[in-house]
Design a protein around this ligand. Structure first.
Ligand SMILES: Nc1nc2c(c(=O)[nH]1)N[C@H]1C(S)=C(S)[C@@H](COP(=O)(O)O)O[C@H]1N2
Ligand SMILES: [Mo]
Length: 326
């Protein structure tokens, strides 16, 4: 077995921005892969144990079917233009106000229709030696979009390990509610703790992803540290952040946005250019970047059905009226 020394790109380097470090690393990885090198081993060994504090070791390569070719939205926009109402409703609030929120150590409680329930440490839930990178389109219901390089693992196999019972048809997720460090939750803007849900077959779909990082680094708080859902064919609010509870249910579970306004936010929330939000069109979207936030959001593109993932996910909704079940 060939053991390589960890390449320089595995080390933290404050002199480069995360995005340029990431682009370099991808470059080197591609070159090594082309040269037929086995490159993952030393870094994986180094990463064993506690999750890394900052940059992750090189990641398991991901089948390109799960990665879009579009250039990722710059790191600066991904980490400063956020929706995370626990920290405020302004796009800049999560980055500015989430600093005191502590996400280590972390555990997740699993309840409901499953044979293996209980409370699990993050490291027991996620195999930090088997992380993948997936570059997904991200489409907010507010009609803007990004392309984000997530780091994580597919959701399905994680849920499978809890052995859902034959009665389990849905799965619900909750965000940790830490009142004192979540200034946005002093107001009942939404039903706290933030909650979301999927039908179990949606959750088991290979595109559904649990992210622990972005741009090769541990998730910043504003992006949902330490563990968040990513469901790329649905509007962004389904992709719940900072998950601390998972409940398998028989019936369709409550979701925060649906509870706040069921007419505007359905349970399914699949990206659909033909079903407008009651207050605005979903036919097109603002593309965020290259600069941060609104200043960069000048480009527009047409919204794609299921956010462009229709070939993979349309079968989940065969025979359903997607206007009624929006
Ligand atoms: N707990 C929690 N999760 C959340 C939200 C939130 O307010 N609270 N906002 C959602 C919305 S509307 C979007 S668009 C995405 C934004 O993810 P990002 O900031 O990492 O791009 O997170 C989703 N997850
Ligand atoms: Mo959103």
């Amino acid at each position: 077995m060939l053991i390589r020394r960890p390449p320089a790109f595995a080390l933290r380097d404050n002199a480069v921005t995360p995005q340029s470090a990431w682009l370099n690393r991808r470059h080197v990885l591609a070159a090594l892969a082309a040269a037929g090198g086995s490159l993952a081993l030393p870094e994986r060994a180094a990463a064993r144990g506690a999750p890394p504090q900052d940059a992750f070791a090189p990641l398991k390569s991901t089948p390109t079917a799960y990665t879009v070719a579009d250039p990722p939205t710059p790191w600066e926009a991904v980490t400063t233009y956020n929706n995370y109402y626990e920290f405020g409703t302004g796009k800049g609030d999560p980055a500015r106000r989430s600093g005191r929120y502590v996400t280590r150590p972390w555990s997740v409680t699993v309840e409901g229709e499953a044979h293996k329930t209980g409370t699990f440490a993050l490291e027991d839930l996620i195999d930090f030696n088997a992380l993948e990178e997936r570059i997904y389109r991200h489409r907010c219901v507010e009609a803007w979009s990004m392309v984000i390089p997530w780091v994580g693992v597919p959701l399905g196999p994680v849920l499978h390990r809890f052995a859902p019972t034959s009665h389990a048809r849905f799965v619900q997720f909750f965000t940790r509610w830490e009142r004192k460090n979540m200034p946005g939750t002093f107001w009942p803007v939404l039903k706290w703790p933030y909650r979301e849900g999927l039908r179990l077959d949606e959750a088991m779909h290979p595109l559904a992803f649990l992210a622990v990082g972005v741009y090769g680094r541990v998730l910043p708080n504003q992006n949902g540290a330490p563990l968040r859902l990513v469901v790329p064919w649905k509007y962004g609010y389904k992709s719940i952040k900072s998950i601390d509870r998972i409940v398998f249910t028989r019936n369709q579970p409550q979701t925060s946005w649906n509870m706040s306004n069921p007419r505007e936010y359905g349970f399914y929330s699949n990206v659909n250019p033909h079903v407008d939000h009651p207050r605005w069109s979903q036919a097109s979207e603002r593309v965020i970047g290259p600069q941060t936030g609104l200043a960069g959001a000048l480009a527009r593109r047409k919204t794609q059905m299921f956010n462009g993932y229709g070939d993979a996910v349309a079968r989940l909704y065969a025979g359903m009226d997607l206007r009624k079940y929006h």
